[in-house]
Every structure is written in structure tokens, then in C-alpha cells.
Design a protein around this ligand. Structure first.
Ligand SMILES: [Ca+2]
Length: 593
């Protein structure tokens, strides 16, 4: 890998923002998928690992079904007046101008504008919270805050894309009024972090500024505000959603969290430690992929499948029982150790030690784990896994750490991402991302992560609901980190949080999409049904995106699978198990246990 220039850093940051903010940033609906629901408050609590749980006894509010309205007049919204807000345009968008999965998105009004325009006294740059809202002609009475991925920095089209991969529909087309924003900066590079206020807007404050404005604009457009409000995104968008669950529980009724960058600064720092270890293993220094080649990754992935695939009753290329797999698989024991040189049929002792430790959790200089473990799963042989470990660790993580989270930030002049990643001391990084100063008064963990994440009592009591999903082959934000949070949330709620928050693991899925997986699903419809009707999704059916899929083909789907394979995504800690008979390609022959 060549030395990273500021220019290439900017390019990749832009690509990431596009990747994380667009089609891969959501969850969503498909005619071929469905949900298994049960009406009423509580379902039987799952028993796991010998732990007995007590079912929650309280009855929580069901908020009632939103009522729609027709858009009054688009062009007149240029006259919308709100504090600290400038509306730049209000344009009628004809049906069919946007499409989703080849289908026409209905007529709507696009309103663009910005809030809190200012010039920074720190870096001299101009900043504002830029946004667009898309207001459907036939509105369903609901508001959707589209939280974007990457480092934000651009106003992604406000379609409300909210499924894992290859959306077959979106929130706008379903009738939601959708907002999207740049979260307070107009740069695709991490250099905005030099401005202290831009850090805070990116972390959580842009949401607080935009939410009341958006609701007022909806009221102006339809003659009434939204009956129900939803918030969702994947990656950094999942982080935004978890932050909103904690900071803004009164403003939103439903939260849809995908592969969250829950403790993003620590995850990025862990990826930097990973890069240093892969570089130590590399046969070509600087080319991290030579430290753990595609052939070797396939070797490990196949060894994981050999030990774990059948644990769920179906030898089908999917490890549904993620927990049992971690006990069953042992890298040191189950992968051959090279007696001679590395040839793709074995791992060296040094590889086993370093890679094993990275899966167990990256260590600081004192040997202390500072981020979560990653589960062994079937998806580590894919490019969706290696890109984050071997390339983005040199291009994205260093810029975010150095400029958005460190106190003080590095100087942009001559900054090299790969040099920063490969030469930095992890203890120095961890000290700087938790530091404050007179200029930077909040540290990165304060402004990036949800405060008191296991205390969602306010959200719970008022009847709001949260659905969270995470791919178990996500290489950058570990599903173990989300699972640890969910376990803490359960503990804080008498051992069971399932009456207001549910966590669904997506076996094989990489970061938000892709991998050998069923990653096409609709979680917004079940979330709305839960919030508004009290119907709880015990499972959500997901489809593989094989040949011919209308939402876009996932090249990682194995050829041995039916291209439209379905599986239930089960509410944790349950896992999907084969019933023992029936078509192994169909979700109906699996049960959540
Ligand atoms: Ca299996």
C-alpha cells in the first residue's frame, strides 16, 4: 500500500460516505420477506446458557397508528420560517424520477436548506447543518430521520433506505416524510474535526438542531405534524440511532439500528492495532493482505464451518448458533500449523497468535483489551471483510482518529494515513481520544457514544421501541460489542428487554451488507407494527440476493445456495434451527430457539 496522501484520504472518505450513506445504510422491505409476529406485550423469554430469565410484567404503551394527509403545496415551502434556518429550494419531484429496485418512487416535494451557518474561528472554514427533506404527496403521517454512514459530510438523497443490502423499497416510497443531513460539515474529509463545534454536530448535536425544524416543516407542509417519528441507519448511522435512543427518547417513537459504530473511536483504534499486526505478518511490508491472504482466510472460514455449520441442524454454509460456535471452534487446534513456509494450507504460529488475539480483542500496551472480541464466522473470506481490515485501516481509521477524535488533532499538512496507522503507539492514541482541552471540551467517547447506553427507561416507559441488527461477520464494528450492550440492557431490565428492544444477529453478513448471507430484509414494517399496534417481531425473514435479485446481486452468495434462499433472523438470544425436514432453502423450515 502506498503512502496515503491527504488527497487520496479525501477520496476514500468520500467513497465511504457514499457507501455508508446510500444503499448500504439501511434496512428494508421486500415482498418476498415477512415477519413472524405475536400480538400483545410480552413473549416467552428465551432461556440461554442455563440462565433463567424473568419475564417483564409491566404493560408498555402502544402508541397507535399514524394517520396520513395530502401535501398542500410544494413551492410555497420556500417561505417556511424557522429559527436559524435557511430554505434554499422547494421542488416538486415527479413520480419515477427516483427508483428503488427498478420501481418508480412516488411524487414528492424536495426541500433543501441549512441551519446554523457560521464561519469557524478555529479553522476559518464555513460550516452549516445542511439538509434535504423529501415529502411525499401521499403522506402516511410518519417522519423518518435517515442517519447516514461514514463521517457524514454530504447530504445523501433522503429516501430512507433501511435494509441490510439491496433494498426493494424505501421509507419515502412507503409514504414517510424523510430528512437527510450532512451532520454539520460539508467536507468529505475528516479535517472538519479541527473545528470543535463540527465535532459535536457530527457526534450528536446536528440531530437536536434538525429534529424540531423537520417536524415544524412537516406541519407546514401537511397541516399537522407527524403522528409517529422514526430514526434509522447503518454503520455510523446505527451509531447516530443509538445516540438518539439515549439522548432524544422523547422525539422518536421507533429506532432501527444497523451494524452500529457503537463505540466508534475504540473500534477504529482496534482496527489500527489490527493493521499493525497484519503488517508484522506481511510478506510485503505495507501490503497488509499478504499477512493473511485470501487463501488463508478461506482456509479459516472453512475450518469454522467444519466445526460450527451443523450446530444449528443444517449444514448450509451459515453459522446460526454464533455463541456455540465460539466454544466449538479453536483457531490453534482446528487450523493446521505450518511446518515449513506458508503455502495457503496452514497458518504460521505467529499468524495464529496475532490473528487469534485480534479476534479475542485488540490489546493496549499494557495487555488490556480496549475493544470487544469478534466472533469467528463464515464471512471472513470475503472482500467485504478484508477491505476494512487491510485498506480502510490505512485510509479511513487514521484520519478519523487523528482529526475528529484526538485532542489535540494532528496537523493536516503532509498527513499520511498509512504512516499514522503503522507508526502510532496505541497507548498514545487511546490517551488522546479520551483527552479534553480548553478548546476541545468533550472527548470523543463523550460525543460519539450514547450516554448511559443501558438506561433506556425513558424510551421504554413512553412506548417507544428499538430493533437492532448486526452482521456476525462485520469486520469493523463487532457484533460482540452490540451483543455485550444488549446483555447489559437485559440486565438493567430484570433480565429481559424484549418488550421494548430487540437484537437480531445476521449470520455471515459483513458490514451492513454482503458476505455469504441472507441480508435483504424489511425491519421498518415490523418496527412500525410494534410501535403502533403492539405486534412484536419474534423473527424477521431475510432473503439471499442471488442471481436475478431485483435489489442488486450479492456476489458473495455461494453458488450452492438457492438464489432466493430465506432464513428467519431471530431475536437474541434465540438462533434459527432447522426443523429436520422440509426444503432447507426456505425460512419456514427453521424455528427460532
Ligand atoms: Ca448451518
Amino acid at each position: 500500500m502506498k503512502t496515503t496522501s491527504a488527497a487520496s484520504l479525501a477520496l476514500v472518505a468520500t467513497l465511504l460516505a457514499a457507501c455508508g450513506g446510500g444503499g448500504s445504510s439501511g434496512f428494508f422491505p421486500t415482498p418476498s420477506t415477512g415477519t413472524s409476529t405475536s400480538s400483545g406485550g410480552n413473549t416467552t423469554p428465551p432461556a440461554s446458557g442455563g440462565t433463567t430469565t424473568t419475564p417483564p410484567v409491566e404493560t408498555l404503551p402502544v402508541l397507535g397508528v399514524a394517520v396520513g394527509a395530502a401535501l398542500k403545496d410544494c413551492a410555497s415551502l420556500t417561505g417556511f420560517n424557522f429559527a436559524n434556518t435557511t430554505i434554499t429550494a422547494a421542488n416538486s419531484i415527479a413520480a419515477g424520477t427516483l427508483t428503488v429496485a427498478g420501481k418508480s418512487v412516488g411524487a414528492h416535494c424536495q426541500v433543501t436548506g441549512s441551519m446554523y451557518s457560521r464561519t469557524s474561528t478555529v479553522d476559518g472554514q464555513n460550516y452549516a447543518v445542511g439538509f434535504e427533506m423529501r415529502l411525499p404527496a401521499n403522506w402516511n403521517g410518519r417522519f423518518f430521520y435517515q442517519a447516514n454512514g461514514g463521517i457524514d459530510g454530504s447530504v445523501v438523497t433522503a429516501t430512507g433506505a433501511v435494509n441490510g443490502g439491496g433494498a426493494l423499497d424505501n421509507a419515502l416510497n412507503m409514504g414517510f416524510a424523510v430528512i437527510s443531513s450532512d451532520a454539520g460539515h460539508q467536507q468529505g474529509t475528516p479535517f472538519f474535526g479541527i473545528d470543535p463545534q463540527a465535532r459535536l454536530d457530527y457526534g450528536y448535536q446536528a440531530v437536536a438542531k434538525l429534529t424540531p425544524m423537520a417536524k415544524a416543516l412537516i406541519a407546514s407542509a401537511y397541516g399537522k405534524g407527524p403522528d409517529r417519528s422514526y430514526f434509522g441507519g447503518c454503520s455510523n448511522g446505527g451509531r447516530h440511532t443509538m445516540v438518539a435512543m439515549s439522548r432524544y427518547p422523547d422525539d422518536y417513537d421507533g429506532f432501527l439500528v444497523g451494524d452500529p459504530g457503537f463505540r466508534l473511536p475504540l473500534a477504529a483504534s482496534a482496527n489500527i492495532v489490527g493493521a499493525q499486526n497484519y503488517n508484522a505478518l506481511a510478506t510485503t511490508p505495507g501490503d497488509l493482505g499478504t499477512g493473511f491472504t485470501a487463501t488463508e482466510r478461506a482456509l479459516v472460514s472453512n475450518a469454522v464451518l467444519a466445526k460450527c455449520d451443523a450446530l444449528d441442524g443444517a449444514t448450509d454454509g451459515l453459522v446460526q448458533d454464533t455463541g456455540a460456535c465460539q466454544a466449538a471452534f479453536n483457531l490453534d487446534r482446528d487450523v493446521p500449523t505450518c511446518s515449513g513456509s506458508r503455502d495457503g494450507t496452514c497458518l504460521s504460529a505467529d499468524q495464529k497468535q496475532r490473528i487469534g488475539q485480534l479476534f479475542a480483542g485488540a490489546l493496549d500496551g499494557n495487555g488490556q483489551k480496549f475493544y470487544s472480541s469478534f466472533p469467528f464466522d463464515a464471512g471472513l473470506g470475503t472482500s467485504g471483510w478484508s477491505t476494512w481490515k487491510f485498506q480502510f485501516s490505512l485510509l479511513l481509521d487514521p484520519g478519523a482518529v487523528a482529526f475528529i477524535w484526538q485532542v489535540p488533532p494532528e496537523s493536516p499538512t503532509g498527513f499520511s494515513g498509512s504512516t499514522f496507522t503503522l507508526n502510532s503507539n496505541i497507548d498514545t492514541i487511546l490517551a488522546k481520544i479520551t483527552a479534553t482541552s480548553a478548546l476541545y471540551t468533550e472527548n470523543s467517547l463523550s460525543f460519539m457514544t450514547p450516554p448511559n447506553p443501558s438506561d433506556l427507561s425513558k424510551l421504554k416507559k413512553r412506548g417507544a421501541k428499538a430493533m437492532v441488527y448486526h452482521g456476525t461477520s462485520d469486520p469493523i464494528f463487532s457484533s460482540d460489542d452490540t451483543q455485550r450492550w444488549y446483555n447489559e440492557l437485559m440486565a438493567a431490565n430484570g433480565g429481559d428487554a424484549s418488550n421494548f428492544a430487540r437484537f437480531y444477529r445476521v449470520p455471515g453478513m459483513n458490514h451492513c451488507a454482503g458476505g455469504p448471507t441472507t441480508d435483504q430484509f424489511d425491519m421498518l414494517t415490523p418496527l412500525v407494527n410494534w410501535v403502533e399496534k403492539g405486534e412484536i417481531a419474534d423473527s424477521v425473514v431475510a432473503s439471499a440476493r442471488g442471481t436475478g435479485n431485483a435489489g442488486g446481486v450479492n456476489a458473495d452468495v455461494p453458488a450452492s445456495w438457492a438464489p432466493d434462499r430465506t432464513r428467519p433472523l431471530c431475536a437474541y438470544p434465540k438462533v434459527a434451527r432447522y426443523k429436520g425436514s422440509g426444503d432447507i432453502e426456505k425460512a419456514e423450515n427453521f424455528v427460532c430457539q
